[in-house]
Design a protein around this ligand. Structure first.
Ligand code: NDP
Length: 515
């Protein structure tokens, strides 16, 4: 998920200076302890650790110590103790803290964005846009916090009932690596707005900015212990999910891990929100504005190096315009600069890790074996800038001659691989678009209003874009159908997943008892 308009962002706000990773690798964020407990950076006890690598350069930044059971216990205890007072603050008071945090984020946008690039290898303007989007999200929940309320029902004979919306308790958050700051912000802001406290585990690949968010919350007046960070690999996440004093787990990641987390939560009947993978369809009818459709297809496939859960990687184009669409698409993609993510005009940065690059390349190989044709890209690009020589830079890949049963068309790749498919009729394409185990998102380009509405009604997905793709305005809920997840993030609907309803019955007369 990401903030709207990534491809416009760099033309809106450019920064003249390019930042060298050398400067940043010495920065406070990288060298300081990376757990966050009771409002302070602390070091996990380990004893094991893992390497933190900067994807842009392939260089090792440091070792990160894994949080063990004791670290997780301490963080949960801190969150439990803080919950007792934080949950008693009024929503308005909690909202003021969140709004202040949003302002601080805006004032630190460069620092946060540079650190996010260090962690992810994404282009700097894109990181900056993600961060500013998070400020908006946190401010949004700051506004919502004061309006969290229950309901009132007048009953007969002077009796009445009302409901109170109460927090759940201590929330465990677990994030993926593609939007690290956003994962921490999108989960913590609604949780804190509702009066919960949180222990968050970022992906091991991207540990840096979740801790910075903790410092920002602290500066904004959030009491120590309300938001804590434990670094670690999957095992740390497992300890967090299985802990009996966690009331809810909110997770973003792959379907297999989501399934394991749901099973772990079932033991104690914990609440769970799952934001999982996708293989979303983007359908382009012959009456569409093809230039806009091409832009939509690029937004749906190639931002953030293709590492976006909602990407529309199955691009269905009506047969009669498929040739023209493809020519326009290649023409535009060819012009996208692949390069050092710290340079403001770079549009495609580094792939997150060698493992992820290997997955993408394997899928391209499988696609070829299954009969697809690479008409553009798919290969590694060697950057002349020696700083970036150790990073992996993949040229966006466009596949044609694809069929619905190919693995590359059915399975999530999580990389810059667009599969072009053609269709003849509306009924046919709707059936094919819905023929997936996933249901995260989908898109349609058409000028026919009635068809657009028919399409929206027919699609089995959590988010659908008409004549655009991958836009995430603050306040609009996000989440999946089918195996793409349970629950919603963003927007007021997410409050349902961070609170519970207490119903209160008040008797206005005598007890009517047949016994
Ligand atoms: P993973 O599922 O591999 O990991 C996600 C997180 O879960 C990581 O922090 C990971 O730790 C942790 N984890 C791994 N095993 C366990 C376990 N048994 N118990 C608890 N936590 C565990 O996903 P990726 O990080 O590779 O992210 C890519 C996936 O995320 C894609 O499928 C993508 O579609 C999905 N995604 C979904 C989004 C949505 O909103 N629907 C948004 C963004 C991504 P570790 O640090 O060891 O990896």
């Amino acid at each position: 998920m990401k903030h709207p308009r990534p491809f416009l962002a760099f033309s809106i706000r450019r920064y003249s200076k390019d930042v060298s990773e050398k400067t940043l690798s010495k920065s406070h964020q990288v060298t300081s302890p990376l757990n966050f407990l009771l409002g302070r950076r602390t070091e996990a006890k380990g004893p094991s650790s893992f390497h933190l690598i900067a994807p842009a350069t392939g260089t090792k930044l440091r070792d990160v110590v894994n949080s063990n059971e004791q670290d997780v216990n301490e963080a949960i205890l801190a969150a439990r103790n803080s919950y007792r007072s934080w949950s008693k603050w009024t929503g308005f008071e909690r909202g003021k803290v969140l709004k202040t945090a949003a302002d601080i984020i805006r004032s630190k946008v460069d620092d946060l964005a540079y650190t996010e690039v260090l962690d992810t290898g994404k282009p700097i303007w894109e990181a900056r846009y993600d961060i500013l989007g998070c400020a908006d999200t946190i401010e949004f929940y700051g506004g919502v916090a004061g309006r969290i309320k229950g309901d009132f029902m007048q009953l007969s004979g002077g009796s009445f009932a009302y409901t109170i919306r109460e927090p759940l308790g201590v929330v465990g958050g677990i994030g993926a690596w593609n939007f690290p700051f956003q994962m921490a912000a999108w989960k913590s802001a609604p949780a804190l707005a509702c009066g919960n406290t949180m222990v968050f585990k970022p992906s091991q690949v991207t540990p840096l900015t979740a801790v910075m968010l903790g410092e920002i919350y602290q500066q904004a007046g959030l009491p120590g212990g309300c938001y804590n960070v434990v670094q670690g690999e999957g095992e740390t996440g497992q300890i967090l999910c299985s802990h009996p004093d966690i009331d809810k787990v909110t997770f973003t990641g792959s379907v297999p891990t989501g399934s394991r987390i749901m099973a772990a939560c079932a033991k104690d009947i914990k609440h769970v929100t799952l934001e999982l993978g996708g293989k979303s369809p983007l359908v382009i009818f012959s009456d569409a504005d093809l230039d806009n459709a091409v832009k939509g297809a690029i937004l749906a496939n190639f931002s953030n190096q293709g590492q976006v859960c909602s990407n529309g990687t199955r691009v269905f184009v009506e047969e009669s315009v498929a040739g023209e669409f493809l020519a326009k698409l290649i023409d535009r993609v060819e012009k996208m600069k692949i390069g050092d993510p710290y340079q403001e005009d770079t549009l495609i940065g580094a792939t997150i890790s060698p493992q992820q690059a290997a997955i993408v390349e394997d899928y391209i190989g499988i696609a070829k074996k299954e009969g697809a044709t690479v008409v553009y890209g798919g290969e590694r690009v060697t950057l002349s800038d020696s700083n970036c020589a150790g990073g992996i830079y993949l040229r966006p890949c466009i596949l044609v001659n694809c069929t619905d049963n190919m693995r590359v068309v059915k399975e999530e790749i999580f990389g810059p691989v667009l599969s072009l498919l053609t269709f003849k009729s509306e009924d046919e394409v709707i059936a094919r678009a819905n023929d997936s185990q996933f249901g995260l998102a989908g898109g349609v380009f058409t000028r026919d209003l009635q068809r657009a509405h028919r399409f929206v009604a027919a699609m089995e997905v959590g988010s659908i874009y008409v004549n655009n793709y991958n836009v995430y305005p603050v306040g609009v809920p996000f989440g999946g159908y089918k195996k793409s997840g349970i629950g919603r993030e963003n927007g007021e609907d997410s409050l349902d997943y961070y609170s519970q309803i207490k119903s209160v019955y008040f008797e206005g007369g005598n007890v009517d008892c047949p016994y």
